[in-house]
Design a protein. Sequence first.
Length: 491
Amino acid sequence: MTDKYRVSRLLTLTSLIAALAGVVVLAAAVHARAETIPVAPRAVQQSATLYLPATLYRPQILSEVPIFGVQMYNNTQPDSQYYPSLIQSGASWVRVAVYWQKAEPVNVPPAEYDWVFADRALAAAAPAAGGLHIIGTIENAPEWAVADPNKQDGPINAQNMADFVEFVAALVERYDGDGHQDAPGSPVVNYWEFYNEPDRRLNTTDGRWGLHPTEYAAMLAAVYPVVKNQSPNAQVVFGGLAYDFFEGPFVRSFLDDVLAAGGGAYFDVFNFHAYPGFAYNWLPPGVTDGGPGLLEKAQYLHAKLATYGLDKPFVVTEAGWHSNDDVNHPGSEEIQARYVAQLFVQSLAADIDVMIWWMLNNPGDGGWENGLITDDNPPRHKLAFTAYQTIVDRLTGREFVRVLPDAETGSTAMEAYEFTAATAGAALYVAWLDPMSSAATTTLALPGETVGMISLYGVPGATISDAADGADDGIVHVPVSAQPAYFEVTQ
């Protein structure tokens, strides 16, 4: 990029930070009123009080593309050992990291960028590689741009913010598909996430922005107009918040402090992470085995943003579970597969526009095996992969209607969700029993003449008729267990 553009970006940055400084002062009163927002029990949510944001100004792509996504790293090109599985999964979205350090390891004027790593990471967005929708997570600043070279995901030096803005401008331009300075194959990336879990404290081994919310808001203010200037279709995505494990490395007040500093004006899409291991933070008091907690966490965060006058589309860029046989965090391929259905169903119920399963493949580091497939070459498809394919097949094209209340399910342990018909006349329900380890079974009464059952793994089951229970009353009774299943009213 020429020096003329560099000066232009610097002037924009200076004016934005100056303006933001005034917003920080004005926002003090807003921050003072940010209090704990109670999470309604699911039974209350079921009675039509679930918070759903308006979608009038939702970015068009978000409202039209199926929710289903996966996390990948480093290479999404067709030569990746995982690429065939990516396509076979039916995923519409891929989240992938883009490292500033890789593109600009040395700071020289004028800026020189090495795009080899980014081109490989974002390749799946090219039409010839599937044209998948990508969320690019911008992170990992060069050592020369941060105060502590060992904490490259923390705040950027003030004197280097102009360098970051310049890099972002070049990055967005390269992947906007407008035919000008495009990457090979013209991949189009419209969603740019700024850092991963920025609510992590800086004074940890992997320190981030957690104790520097004002600086994070200023960074968003600096990059936002540049992203929009480079590509009118591009959207700024808030860094995916852990917003859990507050007794550990994450800062509870980070979100409030960023919004109080005026950061809400400088992102288009809100973003958080949801892992079932922290469901206890979001379930009603006294409920310890009540599902993955994503629905309740989303409701809480929608309400949180509303206290600041914000109504943004939501995405979840990390959710998932492992298949490890671990004593403290029990897992297996079956348990992992059940969470695939639970987390995506709750995401749809919570009006989440994109949910990224973390990850497509096992990380291969000897730790948690979160992947839908193994890290072998070629990889083995785990049960979770089949469950993923099934939910993509069953729920693509459908819209969430409601959570069935306990009065209809007849059980406080049952979760049941209704979706609209893909074709006229056929509603679909997804149901399971909590806790996931339960060996119990019960029945769910559904309106209809016949109901077809589909297993978690897409295997057609029995078609049950109204007359099966001996009463011709327009009600079909279907069996429900801890393994999620799909029930399609066929008549």
